[in-house]
Design a binder for this molecule. Sequence first.
Ligand code: PLP
Length: 394
Amino acid sequence: MARIYLDNNATTAMRPEVAEAMAGLSAGCYGNPSTLYCVGRDAHTQMERARDIIAGILGSSRDEIVFTSGGTESDNLSVFGVTRALRKKGNHVITTRIEHHAVLNPCKMLEKDGWNVTYLPVDSYGIVDTKAVEEAITDKTVLISVMHANNEVGTIQPIAEIGKIAKERKITFHTDAVQTFAKVPTKVDELGVDLLSASSHKIYGPKGVGFLYVRKGTKIMPIMYGGHQERSLRPGTENVPGIVGMGKAAELMAAEAEAEEARLLKMRERLWEGIKTNIPHVRLHGHPEKRLAGTLNIAFEFAEGESLILGLDEYEICVASGSACTSDSLEPSHVLSAMGIPPEGAHGTLRISLGRENAEADVDMLLEVLPKVVGNLRSFSPLYKEYLRKQAAG
Ligand code: PLP
């Protein structure tokens, strides 16, 4: 039986064209891109080509792109870099309760250093109220950080509306676009962002590489010190093969984004219809429309998330519970909690995230296997037995 990978929000398989582009970095391209002689210049040229591709997708200029080691570093650089640069201006940051830990944990560190952080609530779909953003602003606010799309439930935030507010109030605005870059429109002027984080391994590129878009004029300081690479904002010799791979991945993803979104949406809806029809006591988390095309976060009452994952794994079907980063913890997901879902509802949750390698046959297979796995687990559940007993008693 072929493996079915349905965890594309955690990471994606590198596409062959990307591996080819990386391998095709000619033997002469091993140079340090900061050097002046031919070997270094060649590496530099390849790296700048990737920068141009990314800038093109964002509608930015190439010198606004800072290469990093991935989404986590870009988020850390945004939070620590801006607050460090603006600490004389204020000591307040606004973010949301559903951010990735790459934003939340830096914010917690800031609090230990005496900063005030407002963690905005979200509604039951996981959407932040733009009015609440506006109301949270004080004359000490120096940064607003709101993610573009959530990695667990896929809900897409009203970034452009928040961008307008941030601009009016002259506050630096960061968005974590790790789940959206090159997949949904991310033109930085349309979103109204000053900073945007992205990561290569979510778009079928290599792992350990990403970038931070930094709008010209944004006050930000480095969080590491060393050489003058990346306009001195991110010292260290750049990961040229990784950057070239990310450039290729972004180019390919952006070119097919619209068609791929429509294809994923169709598969996702068929999958959800099938699950709803064939399995009782299921509930969908996240916004019905404002949601990433490939993401389904579903609660299965009377079943437990980890057991569901292991049950599906026996059929070589890979799905996640909550987010990949928290799957080794039994704490209920902070995102589902913020959406008002009680711990018992969050525990039986699966995140199914479709990607470009999935086909309709994968949906068919999951629809065949999932009712068996859920049914089997429920047959051992004392809570389910109790429920059935009460139903029978009327
Ligand atoms: N932000 C979001 C929304 C993510 O989904 C992830 C990864 O899961 C990250 C940040 C971290 O990115 P990276 O794995 O490139 O460090």
